[in-house]
Design a protein around this ligand. Sequence first.
Ligand SMILES: Cc1cc2nc3c(=O)[nH]c(=O)nc-3n(C[C@H](O)[C@H](O)[C@H](O)COP(=O)(O)OP(=O)(O)OC[C@H]3O[C@@H](n4cnc5c(N)ncnc54)[C@H](O)[C@@H]3O)c2cc1C
Length: 458
Amino acid sequence: MPSLPLTELRAIVGDAHVLDDAGATAGHLTDWTGRWTGHADAVIRPRTTDEVSAVVALCADAGVVICVQGGNTGLVGGSVPPAGGDPARRPLILMTTARMTDIDGVDAIGRCVGAQAGATIDAIDRQAAASGLRFPVDLASRESATAGGLVATNAGGIRMIRHGNTRRQVLGIEAVLADGRILRRWTSLVKDNVGYDLPGLLAGSEGTLAVITRVLFRLIAPPDGTLVTVAAVHHVADAIDLLGALSGRGLNIEAAEIMSEAGISLVEEYGSRRPVAARAPFYVLVETSGPGDVEAVVLEVMENAPVADAVLEPGPARALWSAREQHTESIARSSTTPVVKLDVSVPIRALPEALAELDAVAGVVDHPCRPILFGHIGDGNIHVNLLDVPEDRADHVTAHVFGIVAANGGSISAEHGIGRAKTPWTHLGRSEADLAAMRGIKDAFDPRGIFNPGVIFG
Ligand SMILES: Cc1cc2nc3c(=O)[nH]c(=O)nc-3n(C[C@H](O)[C@H](O)[C@H](O)COP(=O)(O)OP(=O)(O)OC[C@H]3O[C@@H](n4cnc5c(N)ncnc54)[C@H](O)[C@@H]3O)c2cc1C
């Protein structure tokens, strides 16, 4: 049975950055949802790529398992180790990128910026803004979620409809492979087809293939101005038609979110203002940008759209956004048990039916269950939150939800990944041949299985 090489680890990262007492490590071992708590023999906090490389090489030789953590905002249990430590009983360290926060100067001509894996999305966006540019991915966890975590989960977020997911923003990557070697693809070239797209492969790899240490991200020019509209609607189909009408009139859809009355009531209970006075079963938030007179076009579209009520405000319209952004936290505070959070997608044409079926899930299970649904409507992405579900019934209700999603031709993971939470259901989204090919990639990158055991593959 191998033992943890504590002395050597301390020599690499420094005494202060090897934490092995329960008080100091606890904060890293429970995930954001509170559903997943893991065990690690130590938490290691490297500062540089060379330190990560030395730690990984040491662990590979010593038979030590490594779980990687960024901002710990992941919602599928992948950011913390397994509850009992490594299933094969090898020593296990949690490696956090919390000290790897450097951000390079912006390349304003190439429109890109390099950042260490632990830099937060908010910090990278602020760096971009200082050069008149913007980071293309945005999500409510921006102040904690990191560059490495964003790439490892291939995060989507509220600007996905306009700019695509995180994979599309990655121009270059630096990562430490399972034997400690450093893989570096670092170029601002937008055309570079020399062999396999390894940066693209690491996007969505959830810490199972390599430790991402630096990322070179594409940046975008922000729109001249935006208009945020929140409309109360009676049917999901009305929200979809509204989006179609706005983009049909030539507007850019910068973001498009759907919320339900249950969600709006909940965030109101926790202190957020209702975005519109009228109550309706659904609320759609659309942020639009030009060409042309955006406000005039939106007002004209609204006049002919079946909306119960609407408000318009120039972007960023933080107060209007706050009702949407407060959903995740209000849901977490309201539930009497750790929330069952399922992030799914269905084809847009199936959204009305799927939302109705998902909302009715409480009626078909034999235990407490309070569904709150919201999401990125323009991407067919629904965040299914099931509150008050007893811990031992979480898998049961999850299976129901995934059954509905599969029957509607959807995906069991729209943007949060598989982590530990969804491993029993990957067959619903991938064929046997597909899963075997993924397993082959895992084995090629990480033959000893030292990275994030139990994540994606169970
Ligand atoms: C309020 C809130 C809102 C959210 N909104 C969205 C949303 O709109 N869209 C969306 O996609 N997600 C959303 N999320 C989920 C989460 O923020 C994203 O998945 C985010 O990308 C995770 O980043 P992180 O740094 O916190 O990663 P962590 O949670 O620390 O880790 C997530 C996964 O990435 C791996 N990982 C982390 N860093 C590295 C690294 N350097 N190298 C290799 N692997 C690594 C971990 O091992 C783990 O498997 C939200 C979460 C919260 C709490």
